[in-house]
Design a protein around this ligand. Structure first.
Ligand SMILES: Nc1ncnc2c1ncn2[C@@H]1O[C@H](COP(=O)(O)OP(=O)(O)OP(=O)(O)O)[C@@H](O)[C@H]1O
Length: 417
């Protein structure tokens, strides 16, 4: 029936309006009354102010008389928000302070504080948590706000379906009529031309109508490979903040908070043990606590340090395996595109010398190897060579930001296990 109305309206309505009106759904139809479900206040207003007469005429034509027209707003689409992620259960420390503060600011003043807000950081560091917290907080302040959380993969799948089933109008209306779009892991749209194109237009539509956009990624915009420059530049229009792996103190605070949530009583000694065994990934910390909780309830035994050590053995062994001089040499060699053997040679060529000194510096910093052990692993004659290499790299990193970044990136790759 509504298709007939639309057919009738075709020549009397502007094209872009017609697309919007085609989203209206009749949910009750009789000769006396017709109830139309409208997706949003904007379309309702459009229908009432601009097309009331045309609508009446079309209905008259179809029914031979004019039924009573009732307009109701369609219940909102699911916002995909997970209520378990809030600001109140996000532990703040130096590593995530800025991302947290920016997220709170955006949720208090959508589209006015920072737009877009771009949050990036490694795996399991709380980016998704912050996205949901922003969405939940905006909804709490304004229950009518149209907020949507979506991963860029889901966005891509939905787009593909919409193209396949010719539902692009619905797709565009869904995304372009939001007050706040929270899009997770944007790096996954790279190399997907059509998705990038569609996201570009979604971004523009929202930005131009002053709607809030929050984006997360594993890298800053300019380092996401194979993504259009026009998107990268838009991602940088607002504020870009990073989340770093939490420091020891923050990890301890996170473990305390999570243990409390899981109703798990553990001693300070155990908390510190977990915090020092799992350094870079909060999801892994959570996983460890869930495992301990499960053991506790199944075995009905008190949680001792030894029990925790045996429960977390696989994680600890995996870490120890990665934190070796051999693995550091391999990773450094890969980053500089040179061979592991050349790292152990005595050549003074700059392109080998710097990577070799970086490898020594990282071995000293992150393994438990003693100086004689490091000496043997790099085939050098004296301890002084290693100590001097470490000092040189430390002072070079202070002067050269690119070198500092490179070393940090390699260190992250080695310790992120
Ligand atoms: N600072 C924090 N305080 C409390 N919980 C945290 C914190 N950081 C991370 N978490 C928790 O760690 C888990 C992983 O975080 P989240 O899913 O947000 O990571 P992510 O950065 O989005 O990772 P990915 O890139 O894999 O999607 C979540 O359960 C989250 O609640």
């Amino acid at each position: 029936m509504w298709e007939k109305v639309i057919e009738n309206l075709k020549n009397k309505v502007e094209t872009q309006d017609l697309e919007k009106l085609s989203l209206v759904e009749p949910i009750f139809v009789s000769e006396d009354k017709i109830t139309l479900a409208i997706p949003g206040e904007q379309i309702k207003e459009l229908l009432k102010s601009k097309y009331k007469n045309q609508l009446k005429e079309s209905l008259k034509l179809i029914f031979n008389k004019l039924p009573k027209i009732e307009l109701i707003i369609k219940t909102q689409d699911k916002d995909n928000l997970n209520s378990k992620y809030g600001f109140e259960n996000f532990v703040v420390g130096p590593s995530n302070q800025l991302a947290y503060a920016a997220s709170v600011a955006v949720s208090e003043n959508p589209a006015k504080a920072y737009n877009p807000l771009f949050i990036y950081g490694g795996v399991g560091l709380g980016k998704t948590h912050l996205l949901h917290a922003i969405g939940n907080s905006i909804k709490k302040n304004n229950p009518n706000a149209r907020v949507l959380y979506i991963s860029s993969e889901e966005f891509t799948n939905e787009l593909i379906n919409s193209i396949q089933y010719k539902k692009m109008t619905q797709f565009r209306n869904k995304y372009r009529n939001l007050d706040c779009l929270l899009i997770d892991d944007i790096q996954f749209i790279s190399k997907k031309e059509r998705t990038e194109e569609e996201f570009f237009h979604t971004f523009n539509a929202l930005y131009e109508s002053q709607k809030q956009i929050i984006i997360t990624s594993d890298k800053p915009p300019n380092e996401i490979p194979d993504i259009e420059n026009r998107l990268k530049s838009r991602f940088s229009w607002g504020l870009i903040v990073d989340i770093q792996p939490p420091e020891l103190e923050t990890r301890i605070a996170i473990i305390r908070k999570k243990a409390e949530l899981f109703n798990l009583e553990i001693s300070q000694e155990i908390i510190e043990f977990i915090a020092s065994s799992i350094s870079s990934n909060v999801r892994e910390i959570e996983g460890a606590l869930i495992k301990i909780s499960a053991y506790k309830s199944i075995m009905r035994k008190p949680v001792t340090l030894n029990l925790v050590k045996s429960i977390l053995q696989d994680i600890i062994i995996r870490k120890e395996k990665m934190l070796t001089a051999e693995n550091i040499q391999k990773t450094v060699a890969k980053h500089f595109n040179i061979s592991v053997d050349s790292l152990k040679s005595s050549t003074r060529k700059k392109e080998i010398l710097i990577p070799r000194e970086i490898a020594m510096y990282l071995t000293r910093k992150i393994t438990k190897n003693s100086l004689p052990e490091i000496k043997a692993k790099f085939g050098v004659k004296s301890h002084a060579t290693i100590i001097n290499a470490c000092k040189r790299i430390e002072s070079e990193m202070e002067k050269d930001i690119n070198l500092k970044k490179k070393v940090e990136e390699i260190e992250k790759e080695i310790t992120d296990v």
